[in-house]
Design a protein around this ligand. Sequence first.
Ligand code: PXL
Length: 268
Amino acid sequence: MSEAPPIVLTVAGSDPSGGAGLQSDLKTIHHHGAYGVAVPTLITVQSTVEVVQVELLSPDLVRAQLGALLGDILPAAAKTGALGSPTVAHILGSFMEETTFPWVVDPVWLPTRGRPLARGDVVEAYKDAVLPRAALLTPNAQEAALLAEVPVRTLDDARGAAERIAGLGASAVLITGGHLEGASRGTDLLLYEGEVTELPAAEVIPGRFHGTGCALSAAIATRLGFGQDLPTAVREAKAWLAGSLAHAFSVGSGALPVNHFWPLNEKP
Ligand code: PXL
């Protein structure tokens, strides 16, 4: 028998176009050399242009999947994407409570285009059940604003929001800067062990992309699964994502997915 690679779990929604959600997470996990396992929470009907329909799986079905999987397999790390409802957020929180591996939580509530990916008061459910048990939370500016209840447009706003989110019990927060205004665009802000670090983008890559947050959080989780410390995992995942965007290709008429397999997808 061969030695097993680290196992990395994703709990997320299905994006049939492959640029976000479970499909993207598994590609990212495998590109980084880990073994991916996946619990779907919802099914989207979507193209590269927009999300046209969202069907939530029943909370009992999500609970049963997590129970069967975690009763048998011990992941080295996990990430969460779209959960869909406050009930599923609470179910996930109960499983997080029972585990000792790190969870990277990407709070996914709204896609860039199309139907919302969550119903009900999901922000409150994250605050109660998910946020205090996460090793790292990776909101974008809009999600950070919803969590912190302050507008987040500039890096200074993001700094204030990160501190407020830490005050809610999050152990580390990475606010991604892709939607910040002006010169701050692309600068991510990491709050870890009480210290805030600015992580500027080497360059802002022009283009309309899809699934960047999913790829980033899956790459960070996988790196944590390999034993990297959190700031190193964040820095190296960000560098990988920048390369994946610089080498993105079109698969449909809408937004480009990241090139998950960069830099290893040379033809044989
Ligand atoms: O990129 C956020 C996201 C996450 N998960 C699913 C999605 C999307 C965006 O469309 O469809 C399933």
